[in-house]
Design a protein around this ligand. Structure first.
Ligand code: 13P
Length: 256
């Protein structure tokens, strides 16, 4: 049992039309829309944010975006601001996902700007960090994660730090079916906790949720969620089906 409330977030990535998204969220709300023991966030693509948000009204499930731009407005074709997300009642935003880092060349410095702007706008960042397979095999996992955590959280105050959620997503485990062992995951989570203690002090660090992401499924979730520093999951593939997502929520509730 941890003092931190577990969090299960679904990252729908570039999946679901608005109609499909509404159908999925209605089923999710029907099954777990009153759960309070675990925090639940769904992160549909931009086109479905508003209609999914409407279906979440009156439920405990929260709305998250998958990305945002740090500027408030202006000539940034294809981008979305924190204010726009707030205006449709999003509460969370995934930042620095490895797919954004890899395919869209996002740097730690750029992600850091977004984290600061999200917090200023009362959006909770779900900050993603994690090593590639080559980095793990060369023994630099902890160094890579340290650089990402420290650079992306630069300038975050102690007061706002408790609103940050970290997601440890080993890149080699994303969408591959290769899940990190519980020992591998817990080692990195404990290391991230130690970094947070250095940055913000023990009391604040103990309140920050650290999620695991990478091929998390109902079958492997109970063992992962039982680890001391694993406070939930950021779920890709298994968040696209009602049954598996609901089972993951139930696993988090059971893990306490
Ligand atoms: P999968 O659960 O599909 O491996 O994706 C994890 C992820 O990238 C969540 O952000």
């Amino acid at each position: 049992m941890s003092s931190r409330k577990k969090l299960i977030a679904g990252n729908w990535k570039m999946n679901k039309t608005s109609a499909d998204a509404v159908a999925l969220v209605q089923e999710i709300v029907a099954e777990v829309g009153r759960v309070t023991e675990t925090e639940i966030v769904v992160c549909p693509p931009f086109t479905a944010l508003e209609c999914v948000g409407k279906k979440l009204e009156g439920s405990t499930v929260k709305l998250g975006a998958q990305n945002m731009h740090p500027e408030a407005s202006g000539a940034y074709t294809g981008e979305i601001s924190a204010g726009m997300l707030r205006s449709i009642f999003a509460t969370h935003v995934i930042l620095g996902h490895s797919e954004r880092r890899t395919y869209f060349h996002e740097t730690d410095q750029f992600i850091n700007q977004k984290v600061l702007v999200a917090l200023k706008n009362q959006l909770k960042p779900i900050l993603c960090v994690g090593e590639t397979l080559a980095e793990r095999e060369s023994g630099s996992t902890l160094k890579v994660v340290q650089t990402q955590v420290e650079a992306c959280l630069e300038g975050v105050s102690k007061e706002l730090a408790t609103s940050v959620v970290i997601a440890y997503e080993p890149v080699w485990a994303i969408g591959t079916g290769k899940v990190a062992t519980t020992a591998q995951a817990q080692e990195v989570h404990a290391f991230i906790r130690s970094l947070l203690i250095k940055l913000f002090g023990d009391a604040v660090a103990q309140k920050i949720r650290i999620l695991y992401g990478g091929s998390m499924k109902p079958a492997n979730a109970p063992e992962l969620l039982a680890q001391k520093d694993i406070d939930g999951g950021l779920i890709g593939g298994a968040a696209l089906e009602t049954r598996s997502f609901v089972d993951l929520v139930n696993a988090a509730v059971a893990a306490g």
